[in-house]
Design a protein around this ligand. Structure first.
Ligand code: NAG
Ligand code: NAG
Ligand code: NAG
Ligand code: NAG
Ligand code: NAG
Ligand code: NAG
Ligand code: NAG
Length: 544
């Protein structure tokens, strides 16, 4: 018994001495100590309990602090919000204001504070003069405000500037172009405005440039093509205008180009005949004002997996070279002015998963035979001029179809019973056949589409009673059947559709009492208007 107790006491003594590998009385540099205690004083909540270890004067032993073992100076502050605590992942909460006294820690190389929406304050104005050794500044997802100080351009050792998800405002200082060692500049999701400084094109070591979701205006710097090691370029969700700089074709290491949702104009200037951009995998240019053709040598982008070009003013035909894009999985050119027929070279897109050609000037009257060889699971061919019956070759596509949009075509005939086949029943979650000339009734086999979330059959010539089977589509959120010739009563089964958020049965020949209860009573009157004789909530009560 006594032996056991002594062993226990010894163990505790040893582990206390071992902690931090430093003697209890050692004091760290007074400036470092002052900088850190001022930082701590600015924080009034810290659920990570790391700051609770910040007592005494041996600051090198405190949680989250690293010192240089030769100079004894503090070199790193690592207090990310996402951490592990008791061996489990833990999201810490810190509340307070970032003290500007942090600049007293003049040997600091790494400052890492992220994930605290309760942390306010500014980047100290003189940071560039006071912390010349800084290599990594990570201050993401806090609530920091104010400008990115001009002095930042003096941090000549800075390699990573990672400030996304704050409320930084003002423009990006042009001094940033002096940071020759910068490899990562990530300022996305802030409130930055003004132009992108031309000096950004001087950051020749830049690998990641992400400025998305700000309010940047003006042009993309003309010389951006000088960034020879740039891999990711994300300028999406800004207010950028002007043409895409021709020098972009020289971005030889580029893998990701996201420029979507801006006001960019002019033609797509890449790939050029000399520079091939063979590493480009993801290209998002949608929601801009781009004109001209999809470049004839588009197929030189041999690594391309995703091409989103929708909502622009692109014209001309889909280039035959597209057949060379053997990795292409997502191709979306919806809402442009692309014309002509589909090049048969598209049949070699053996990895194509999602194809959206909707609302162009394509007129291919029937879906080409080779379509049946594409492994597409999401197909949008709205307003492509397709005539005749719903193409049976959809049954032979080698994958399960998840999304099918053939709306706004010239489809005739009935909705085939094979729509309830296994090929569709296991996967189909969105079916839009609206705005065609489909006739006859909805087949009962529709009840097999157990995954269906969206069913839009509006503006056709469908007739007869609505099938009770609609009540079996328990995941349905959107049901649009307006502008048809459905008759009879609304099936009681619809009362079981608990997920239903949008319903439109207007402009049909329906009659009788609307089945009483949720969700049917929650829809507006206009969901039911323009029928023969519907009554009951939300319409007027039925006459006895
Ligand atoms: C000092 O740090 C260096 C590198 O971090 C390490 O290799 C070395 O072993 C350390 N020296 C002592 C005495 O702890
Ligand atoms: C930049 O990085 C290089 C090597 O990575 C280093 O030698 C140099 O000191 C750093 N700082 C500046 C200002 O170039
Ligand atoms: C692309 O790079 C080449 C070689 O460095 C250069 O001659 C050409 O002018 C550059 N093109 C553009 C548009 O900047
Ligand atoms: C459907 O075809 C007719 C002629 O067959 C044509 O006039 C009409 O514009 C077509 N509608 C659509 C939406 O393509
Ligand atoms: C179905 O397609 C038409 C366009 O053809 C579109 O206007 C409608 O919003 C789509 N339906 C749904 C529910 O998204
Ligand atoms: C639809 O649901 C009803 C009632 O739950 C059930 O009897 C019927 O078999 C279902 N129909 C299909 C095709 O799943
Ligand atoms: C239903 O469709 C009609 C057109 O037939 C439209 O006027 C009405 O606003 C729509 N109501 C709802 C709730 O979508």
């Amino acid at each position: 018994m006594t032996k056991f107790l002594w062993g226990f006491v010894l163990l505790i003594t040893l582990s206390t001495v071992g902690e931090g590998n430093t003697s209890p009385n050692r004091a760290c540099n007074p400036d470092d100590l002052k900088g850190l205690t001022s930082f701590k004083a600015g924080i009034h909540v810290d659920t990570s309990d790391r700051l609770a270890t910040w007592v005494g004067s041996d600051c090198c032993a405190w949680d989250g602090i690293t010192c240089d073992n030769r100079t004894g100076r503090v070199t790193e502050i690592n207090l990310p919000g996402f951490m592990t605590k008791d061996d489990a992942p833990f999201d810490a909460w810190m509340e307070g204001s970032l003290s500007s006294k942090i600049t007293l820690i003049s040997f600091l190389e790494v400052l890492h504070l992220g994930g605290y929406s309760g942390l306010s304050g500014k980047i100290p104005k003189l940071i560039g003069f006071r912390l010349p050794k800084l290599r990594k500044l990570y201050l993401y997802k806090n609530s920091l405000t104010g400008p990115i100080p001009e002095s930042i351009g003096r941090l000549s050792n800075l390699e990573e500037l990672f400030l996304p998800g704050n409320k930084f405002s003002g423009s990006i200082p042009s001094s940033i172009g002096s940071l020759k060692n910068l490899s990562s500049l990530q300022l996305y999701s802030n409130r930055l405005s003004g132009c992108m400084p031309d000096s950004l094109a001087s950051l020749t070591n830049l690998v990641h440039l992400d400025l998305n979701s700000n309010s940047l205006t003006g042009h993309i710097p003309q010389r951006i093509g000088q960034l020879q090691v740039l891999q990711d370029l994300d300028l999406s969700n800004n207010l950028l205008s002007g043409k895409l700089p021709p020098s972009m074709a020289n971005l030889s290491a580029i893998q990701v180009i996201w420029l979507d949702t801006n006001f960019l104009e002019g033609p797509i200037p890449f790939p050029s005949s000399s520079a091939k951009m063979t590493s480009l995998r993801l290209l998002r240019l949608q929601n801009n004002r781009l004109i001209g053709k999809i470049p004839p040598n588009f197929g030189d982008l041999v690594s391309l997996e995703v091409a989103f070009l929708s909502n622009n003013k692109l014209e001309g035909e889909i280039p035959k070279s597209i057949g060379q894009l053997s990795h292409l999985a997502y191709f979306n050119i919806a809402h442009n002015m692309i014309q002509g027929s589909l090049p048969s070279e598209m049949s070699s897109l053996k990895n194509l998963n999602s194809l959206d050609l909707s609302f162009n000037r394509l007129r291919f009257s029937s879906v080409p035979r080779w379509f049946a060889e594409l492994p597409v699971s999401r197909i949008s061919l709205a307003s492509c001029g397709i005539q005749g019956q719903i193409p049976e070759l959809l049954r032979t596509i080698p994958t399960l179809i998840q999304e099918l949009d053939l709306s706004a075509n010239n489809l005739t005939g009935s909705i085939p019973t094979w729509i309830g086949d296994g090929k569709f029943a296991q996967a189909l979650y969105s079916l839009n056949l609206s705005d065609n000339s489909l006739v006859s009734k909805i087949p009962d086999s529709i009840a097999n589409l157990q995954r269906l979330i969206l069913l839009d059959l509006h503006a056709n010539k469908l007739v007869s009673n609505l099938p009770e089977a609609l009540g079996n589509l328990s995941m349905l959120k959107t049901l649009e059947l307006q502008q048809n010739r459905f008759s009879g009563k609304i099936p009681y089964g619809l009362l079981t559709l608990r997920e239903l958020k949008t319903l439109n049965l207007s402009d049909n020949l329906l009659e009788g009492k609307i089945p009483e209860g949720k969700p049917l009573s929650d829809f507006p009157k206009s969901s039911y208007s323009g029928n023969n004789g519907l009554c009951g909530k939300p319409l007027a009560p039925c006459k006895a």
